[in-house]
Design a binder for this molecule. Structure first.
Ligand code: ADP
Length: 408
């Protein structure tokens, strides 16, 4: 069964085509800078041995519809294609950022689902509109293929009110949906499942802390495999220090910036989301660059690393207290998967909690999952490469099987 996974942004469409029977990626790529003169299609084809052939095709892509048509043309291309006909694609899975409280699980897309996603646009004004565009374009290009929405927020919907409510007037929650939602849910869910499989225990019996450290970063506490707390909030700005986002700050900070510096709401939004985090402290948002700067003796880069790791460690402690016990800690995404130093520093001094990274295992060659905890400690610490697109493809199949089951 071939599943196309689509992640649509305001000026891009990322895609991955999976052969789920063979657990193989057939092709992946993106249409980027849609609507700009410097538009480009990037396409990679994978063979069964994992070898890649890459194509870059610059050219103006007027809109998302044209972008997806060109992607499909490439998938069918005699030289660069991987399918013979459009109908080879059994279903399309879409990443949708915000499902509000409506969606607690991946859902087959119909008119009611589209309306509900539209309704949640005020909660994710930058993400839900392009996600909807992607769905509408895919519905017109693949009218016969079932389409499934997989929400970033859904995994966190099991949080109890004490974790998801802010101490604000309750009407704001009731009327406007102001609460913690959490994001990266597909990644947290995926790495937790891989952890359970790796230790050969049912996820339903495991207490875990999952740590997703990419450009955006978030953590989740899982009790018996279900999310009970997460660091991101109503928006992805809250929680950990990120590449350009500040994470937790004093909520009164915007008033100070407005009153004393005369900043507008738009400027404050830009400052907190795009000019803060690692970038705000040391001028670099890419962790590799931060590490290089630190190695070259830049004290600000050292400070940025200190704050970054301290915040993660603080949340490990908080989530340990929330869970009362811990089976595992999972590091994932670009930084979590690739930086032994950050992993070591986040766990530094937590031996009393049964959390201790083995320095040799931590720097071992990684080809898939890496088990980096000391053997005599209670908590298993794994590095698990995340694969949100594969998880979306898996969920797409799961939804279709259950909906066929329901109707059949
Ligand atoms: P995104 O959230 O955009 O998907 P990724 O999960 O790809 O991001 O993570 C990007 C981050 O991972 C960047 O900060 C990058 O510097 C970092 N990263 C990638 N490789 C390494 C490495 N070897 N060491 C440290 N950081 C790394």
């Amino acid at each position: 069964m071939k599943i196309l996974v689509i992640n649509t942004g305001s000026s891009s469409i990322k895609y991955k085509l999976f052969d789920m029977d063979r657990h193989q990626v057939l092709a992946s790529g993106l249409a980027e800078k849609i609507g700009e003169t410097s538009g480009e299609l990037k396409h990679a084809v994978f063979d069964a041995g994992g070898q890649t052939r890459d194509l870059k095709r610059p050219g103006f892509i007027p809109d998302h519809n044209a972008g997806l048509i060109r992607i499909v043309d490439l998938l069918l291309d005699p030289e660069w294609g991987v399918i013979a006909r459009k109908s080879d694609i059994a279903a399309v899975g879409h990443r949708v950022v915000h499902g509000g409280e409506t969606f607690q699980a991946p859902t087959r897309i119909d008119e009611a689902v589209l309306n509900a996603v539209r309704k949640h646009t005020p909660l994710a004004p930058l993400h839900n509109p392009p996600n909807l565009t992607g769905i509408n374009v895919a519905l017109s290009i693949f009218p016969d293929a079932p389409q499934v929405a997989v929400f970033d927020t859904a995994f966190h919907q099991t949080m109890p009110p004490r974790a998801f409510l802010y101490a604000l007037p309750y009407e704001l929650y009731e009327r406007e949906g102001v609460r913690r939602y959490g994001f990266h849910g597909t990644s947290h869910a995926y790495v937790a499942e891989i952890f359970a499989r790796h230790v050969n225990r049912p996820l339903e019996g495991l207490d875990l802390i999952t740590i997703h450290l990419g450009n955006g970063a978030s953590m989740a506490a899982l009790k018996n495999g279900k999310c009970v707390d997460t660091t991101m909030g109503m928006t992805p700005l809250e929680g950990l220090v990120m590449g350009t986002r500040c994470g937790d700050t004093d909520p009164a900070l915007p008033f100070f910036l407005a009153d004393h510096l005369g900043m507008s709401l738009k400027e404050i939004d830009g400052l907190l989301n795009k000019a803060s985090g690692l970038k705000g402290i040391c001028g670099a948002n890419d962790m590799r660059e931060v590490l290089h700067k630190r190695d070259a003796g830049d004290p600000r880069a050292q400070t940025a690393l200190d704050i970054y790791c301290y915040r993660i460690k603080k949340y490990i402690g908080a989530y340990y207290a929330v869970l009362g016990r811990l089976d595992g800690l999972v590091f994932t995404a670009g930084i979590g998967e690739n930086s032994p130093e950050i992993r070591m520093r986040c766990c530094d001094g937590l031996d009393r909690l049964g959390i201790k990274v083995d320095p040799v295992k931590n720097t071992g060659a990684r080809n898939g999952i890496l088990d980096i905890g000391c053997r005599d400690q209670a908590v298993t610490i794994l590095v698990v490469p995340t694969d949100e697109e594969f998880k979306i493809a898996q969920e797409t199949i799961r939804v279709l099987e259950s909906s066929y089951g329901n109707t059949g």
